[in-house]
Write a protein that binds this ligand. Sequence first.
Ligand code: SF4
Length: 97
Amino acid sequence: MCKEERIGAKRICRKCLTADMNEKEYFANLHAYIANLAADIKADQEIYEKRLAVCKQCDLLADAMCRACGCFVELRAAIGKNSCPYDKWKAQTKRGI
Ligand code: SF4
C-alpha cells in the first residue's frame, strides 16, 4: 500500500517500490524530480540532450534504463558530475561533455 505524505505543496511517496506505483504517475514524478534538481548539480540542457542522444543509440538502453548501471538514463544524464559507465559520455566540465 502506498504511503503518501505532503511536504509543503509537494506530495511524496515513502517506502514504495515501482511495482506499488501507478506507472504514469511514477514517471511524472521522475520528470518533476529532474526538473527540480538544484542548478549547481544539474547538467547544462545542451549537455543533457547530447548525453541522451548517445544513450538512445546505445544497445544497453532498455525501457529507459541503462543495463550497465541500472539507472534511469534521464536521471543519470541530468546530473552534471555523472558519467556513462562505458565512458560514452563524461562528467560535465566547464567546457562540455
Ligand atoms: S549510460 Fe552509457 S552504457 Fe548506459 S545506456 Fe547510456 S550510453 Fe549506454
